[in-house]
Design a protein around this ligand. Structure first.
Ligand code: ATP
Ligand code: MG
Ligand code: MG
Length: 316
């Protein structure tokens, strides 16, 4: 199992990392390691340190994460991505120190009783996320794991957010993984096994924006199969030209028929039976149009960050 994995650094509150960072408390745990709040005795400031598991595949991914964060750090523009401060190896663990940020959007939704946020707040967050994605796209970077847990509030500026966790990210010309993104936010081209690009992040963004409105995930499949069923329930069947390119078509379809419309509890999801306008009620036409265009099956037709930033919903 992963839990008592000796590849994880043993965190002891009050201990020092690299004879400099005093561990204060744990901020979060993920698949790649642990993140803790530390007091930096050199700068006399608090920093968040991600301590990565000591295992070959995590080392490899950590090097990519550090390279991408380094690239973003060298920019002198507001890029809405978390700022990396330093990176170093300590007792066989790669460590990355970051500016400390606040709660993540999942925690905020939860503390709000999963009721969703106001349109004004959603617009502010969307603008910042799109600015981040525009900059990533300009630099040919795909985030690959955009989700509410990876969007954190800023400490200083109220209603400001930053994107974290470039631990699954890649450069467009160096894609190595085909199994990426957290399931609820996974783009159809990943589910179907079709060549992908930065547009997968726009799909995730559409899912996140809908969730910020609803309070709960728009598509919440318990498996890859149910994830595609959830999407089809809203959007109908994928267009034939995409299915024709889908390496994983046979996982879901027999010819043009859906193989299995039931999840493990016997719940049946019928393609096209639950259109978006039924789920997203009482909102303006512009918001609805924005979501629909982020959630296009075909990545070529999906809004890109620049077009999304110019969409009437955001200009209001
Ligand atoms: P995942 O399993 O989602 O891939 P991960 O192991 O890659 O996670 P991160 O997502 O980078 O790790 O960080 C894990 C958690 O630690 C975050 O969800 C967040 O709650 C917290 N965290 C990360 N960076 C910071 C930061 N700079 N300031 C405050 N908290 C942070
Ligand atoms: Mg994460
Ligand atoms: Mg990660």
């Amino acid at each position: 199992g992963f839990d008592d994995d000796r590849s994880d650094y043993k965190i002891i509150i009050g201990d020092h990392i690299a004879y400099r960072y005093e561990i204060q408390h744990i901020l979060g745990r993920g698949s790649f390691g642990q993140v803790c709040m530390c007091f930096d005795h050199k700068s006399k400031e608090q920093v968040a340190i991600k301590i990565i598991r000591n295992q070959i595949r995590f080392h490899r991914q950590a090097r990519i994460e550090m390279r991408i964060l380094h690239e973003l750090k060298s920019q002198y523009i507001e890029n809405y991505a978390v700022t990396m401060l330093e990176n170093f190896k300590f007792r066989k663990h790669w460590c990355i120190s970051f500016e400390p940020l606040g709660a993540n959007l999942y925690e905020i939704l939860k503390s709000n009783g999963f009721r969703g946020f106001s349109q004004l707040f959603i617009k502010k967050i969307s603008f910042q996320l799109l600015s981040c994605l525009k900059n990533l796209k300009d630099n040919r970077i795909i985030h690959c794991d955009l989700k509410p847990e990876n969007i954190l509030l800023r400490k200083t500026q109220k209603e400001g957010v930053k994107v974290i966790d470039f631990g699954s990210s890649c450069f467009l010309n160096e894609k190595i993984h085909v199994y990426i993104q957290s399931r609820f936010y996974r783009a159809p081209e990943i589910l179907l096994g079709i060549n992908y690009n930065e547009a997968i992040d726009m799909w995730s963004l559409g899912c996140i924006v809908a969730e910020l409105h609803l309070g709960y995930p728009l598509f919440h499949g318990e498996s890859e199969n149910e994830q595609l069923l959830c999407i089809m329930e809203v959007k109908g069947l994928p267009p034939e030209h995409l299915l024709g390119k889908a390496a994983k078509r046979k996982n879901y379809f027999e010819g043009n028929l859906v193989k299995n419309m039931l999840n493990s509890r016997g719940k049946r999801r019928v393609p096209g039976s639950k259109p978006l306008e039924i789920i997203i009620k009482n909102t303006d036409e512009k918001f609805f149009d924005f979501l629909n265009r982020c959630l296009e099956w075909d990545p070529e037709l999906r809004l890109d960050p620049v077009a999304a930033l110019a969409h009437p919903w955001l200009l209001d």
